[in-house]
Design a protein around this ligand. Structure first.
Ligand code: ADP
Ligand code: 5GP
Length: 202
């Protein structure tokens, strides 16, 4: 499950809510060259790497996708997604819109969700409330202009007004998606196998 939004749109808090709500979800940690912020933990929030380390991961094909966001490199290690899938859980990727497009191209079965605050005023308030300096708010709003243009390419749109509701809506999307026939053909096949070719008498 890939969640994108303009900066301040609520990716981080919706992801936390989702992980708390339901054990099916697990965060696939991504890596970045941006400096660690106070309170962030290496390996939990991001893998903080140098530009050289990032370049090496990229060259060795160890990144599922990567992008430059606000002058820093970000990328999803293939390993972090595989580890989650192997545990039978749903990897939650909170990445930028370019990354989301790359993932969808590689894995059409990935589900993409675009989060949007109810209005611009709320977005500005939330960015300020997060402690972003005025110049950072302007840069993020400028980027939002191009991000919003590609929202229509996402599978789902969730308005992040009341947080618990937004979290529930994203979980509901996962519920429906996991019930798609195409994702459950193994169960159909197993049942057909049990039926066999002969007719069964009750
Ligand atoms: P992103 O990860 O997309 O940049 P965040 O998750 O950091 O966005 O959210 C930006 C700020 O807005 C944070 O301070 C967060 O606590 C706040 N926020 C996000 N969603 C809501 C909401 N539904 N109601 C109130 N505050 C919110
Ligand atoms: P921040 O530095 O504020 O944590 O994140 C900046 C932006 O980079 C956010 O939109 C975030 O979702 C995105 N991002 C984080 N990790 C990745 C990643 O691995 N790939 C891509 N494409 N974007 C990412």
């Amino acid at each position: 499950m890939v969640i994108s939004a303009p900066s301040g749109g609520g990716k981080t808090v919706v992801r936390s809510g989702l992980l708390k709500l339901d054990k099916r979800f697990a965060f696939s940690v991504t890596c970045t060259t941006r400096p660690q912020r106070p309170g962030e933990v290496d390996g939990r929030d991001y893998y903080f790497v140098s530009a050289e380390q990032f370049g090496k991961l990229r060259k060795e094909g160890k990144l599922l996708e990567w992008a430059v966001v606000h002058g820093n490199y970000y990328g999803t290690p293939v390993k972090s997604v595989i580890e989650v899938l192997k545990k039978g859980r749903i990897p939650v990727m909170t990445i930028d819109v370019k990354g989301a497009r790359s993932v969808k191209r590689l894995f059409p079965e990935a589900v993409t969700v675009f989060l949007l605050p109810p209005d611009l005023k709320t977005l500005v308030q939330r960015l300020r409330g997060r402690g972003e300096a005025p110049e950072n708010v302007s840069v993020r709003l400028e980027t939002a202009r191009s991000e919003i243009k590609v929202a229509s390419g996402f599978d789902y749109l969730v308005i992040n007004d009341k947080l618990p509701e937004a979290v529930r809506e994203v979980a509901a999307i996962a519920d429906l998606e996991t019930r798609k026939t195409g994702r459950n053909l193994d169960k159909v096949k197993a049942f057909r196998k049990q039926l066999g070719k002969k007719s069964h008498k009750p």
